[in-house]
Each structure stands twice: as C-alpha cells, then as structure tokens.
Design a protein around this ligand. Structure first.
Ligand code: DQA
Length: 145
C-alpha cells in the first residue's frame, strides 16, 4: 500500500515555529518516524511539503494516477480556507485523513472550521507528532481491511 503524506504552508518551519503550540519536532524527524512505522505496517509513505495551494491541489489530484491508496494531509492554514483542496479530495476519492499537531478546536475561532473535514475519512488533532502516527495507523488499518 502506498500513502501520500502531504504538509501545507509553514510546516517546513516545525522545530522552531511557535514550539509552545507545535512542539520541537522537525518536519524531517516526523517524516522519518512516520516512514519507518509505515514500512513496519506494510505502507510505503511518500512525503511532500508545499507552501503553494495549487501544488497541494495538483498532488492530491494526481495521487490516484501515481498509484497512491490513501492520503494523510496536514493542510495547515489552508484547512480553514481552501475550497480547492476540498474539491481535490472529493475528486480523487482516495481515503484521506486530516491531521493537525495542535488541537484546532481549542484555538482561535477561525481555526474551528475545517473545509476539508467533511470529505475526509477522519480527523486527528492535538497530539503533536503523534497525530501523524495515529493517522498512519488508522489509514493503514482501513486500507488493509
Ligand atoms: C495546523 C493548525 C492550523 O490551524 C495552522 O494554520 C497550521 C498548523 C496544525 O498542525 O496544528 O499551520 O494545521
């Protein structure tokens, strides 16, 4: 099984970005941990990050053609704004798990609404890097059923 792990804007700064909110793990270390666990679970993880909405839209739209079976997506700020990302998830129709490091429901009101949650399999938020680990376990379990 092949899983596409996508990270949106500003997540390349993890490690130094508001560590009180996002923790001290870097995107590279999270990606490495998720990739290792993926291979233990029989899921090959390919990770990409972009600050550009259209690039994320294209990666999601091409995911089926690239042979991916599912997507783990931290759309970051685009979670709260992007109809285009939501439409891409609907269009590609691959099981997609929305993840967030922080508990968006306990933060500013503008972070309470996710435009993508209704078209995702589920949402995992608030567990720092473990949000990604839990998302991977959930998606691999779903795909192997
Ligand atoms: C985030 C939460 C978003 O509201 C925010 O814009 C981010 C990161 C998270 O992982 O907690 O950039 O997606």
């Amino acid at each position: 099984m092949k899983i596409l792990l996508l990270n949106g804007p500003n997540l390349q700064l993890l490690g130094t970005r508001e560590p009180g909110i996002y923790g001290r793990d870097t995107l590279a270390s999270i990606t490495a941990e998720v990739t290792v666990l993926g291979s233990e679970l029989g899921c090959e993880v390919s990770a990409r990050q972009s600050n550009v909405e259209g690039e994320l839209v294209s990666w999601i739209g091409n995911a089926r053609a690239e042979g991916f079976d599912g997507i783990i997506l931290n759309a970051a700020a685009y979670t709260h704004t992007s109809v285009a990302l939501r439409d891409a998830i609907s269009a590609v129709a691959l099981p997609t798990v929305e993840v967030h490091l922080s508990n968006t429901a306990s933060r500013e009101e503008f972070r309470h609404r996710s435009l993508i949650a209704p078209v995702c399999l589920g949402v995992i938020a608030g567990f720092g890097k473990d949000s990604y680990i839990l998302a991977l376990r959930a998606l691999c379990a779903k795909l192997s059923r």
